[in-house]
Design a protein around this ligand. Structure first.
Ligand code: HEC
Length: 126
């Protein structure tokens, strides 16, 4: 009797374990949860000016490969520091050949964790 009652529960637990392992793999395959949040914000606030495919200029430069190029823009600034500064203070460094038109309001409209999420997302653009 005891065995009959516990068996379905054991099966259920095993099933839940398998299912959660699968969904974990699915979301972890491409972007972290934080980077996914950043990707959503990027689509809303940045994609009108920045492409993520190479060599496509909308208003600002394409951000394809920014995870690599960001580290070489300003001596002493890591890729993450440079990207964060670009969002909080776009006129701290102006890309040659581009107008100084990136909005200066992101530091006010985004929460700190949202800026972290954007940086995490841009760092996946290798
Ligand atoms: C109105 C258009 C516009 C919007 C919206 C915009 N940007 Fe920009 N962005 C630019 C322009 C133009 C430049 C190049 C001039 C400069 O360096 O400020 C730039 C530069 C950058 C750079 C530096 C790129 C490099 O290769 O050094 C980063 C990083 C960046 N933007 C990220 C963002 C993010 C993230 C958002 C959204 C939160 C955003 N931008 C929204 C226009 C925009």
């Amino acid at each position: 009797m005891v065995a009959r009652r516990t068996t379905p529960i054991a099966v259920l637990i095993a099933l839940i374990a398998v299912l959660s392992a699968c969904s974990g793999q699915g979301s972890g395959g491409a972007l972290s949860a934080e980077a996914q949040v950043g990707q959503g914000l990027f689509t809303q606030q940045c994609a009108s000016c920045h492409a993520t495919q190479p060599d496509l200029t909308i208003v600002g430069p394409s951000l394809a490969g920014i995870a690599q190029t960001a580290a070489s823009r300003v001596p002493g600034q890591s890729a993450a520091d440079y990207i964060e500064t670009s969002i909080r203070q776009p006129d701290a460094y102006i890309n040659e050949g581009f107008p100084d038109v990136m909005p200066k309001t992101f530091a006010q409209i985004f929460e700190d964790h949202e800026i972290d999420a954007l940086v995490a997302y841009l760092l996946t653009l290798e």
